[in-house]
Write a protein that binds this ligand. Structure first.
Ligand code: TYD
Length: 141
């Protein structure tokens, strides 16, 4: 049972299958991706299922996360509710709007996490301290 989290949604990319081996999934900016894509990055070479990534929120960045190979677990927290998702389907992404604390863990071997982002890298956009995140959220209400 998922709890309602604002600024979060599932994004399903098409799966193009034409009789040949293999599947094509396509992400297009301002179409199935709800923003203009300024940056693409991917996380790979994860050597331990005990690794933890993320552990931050963004003040204004929008992102869509995909697990294009393997699997991992994504935790999304809006300061009130927390949801956990099993990411293991290459065409199923998760859109994260601003101010969502997220953590990625339990990476499988060969896991590749692909991220489409609405802006260039900017460390000032990060909130890396959980209690700071909570006080930002409380200020907003
Ligand atoms: P970070 O976003 O904290 O990674 P994760 O959420 O996966 O744990 O970034 C880790 C480091 O990489 C940090 O020093 C910033 C740097 N980095 C860039 O320089 N450019 C980028 O586009 C990203 C995503 C990270």
């Amino acid at each position: 049972m998922y709890k309602e989290i604002e600024g979060f949604k599932f994004i399903e990319l098409p799966r193009i299958i034409d009789g040949r081996d293999g599947i094509i999934s396509v992400a297009e900016q301002n179409r199935n991706i709800p923003f203009s894509i300024k940056r693409v990055y991917y996380i790979y070479d994860l050597k331990s299922d005990l690794s933890v990534r993320g552990m931050h929120a963004h003040k204004s960045l929008e992102q869509v996360l995909f697990c294009v190979n393997g699997r991992f677990e994504l935790i999304v927290d809006d300061g009130y509710n927390k949801n956990q998702f099993k990411m293991d389907t290459p065409n199923l992404g998760i859109y994260l709007g601003p101010m969502l604390w997220h953590e990625m863990r339990k990476f499988s071997e060969n896991c590749i996490l692909l991220v489409l982002a609405s802006d260039y890298f900017n460390e000032d956009d990060y909130i890396r301290d959980y209690s700071e995140f909570l006080s930002f959220i409380r200020q907003k209400r």
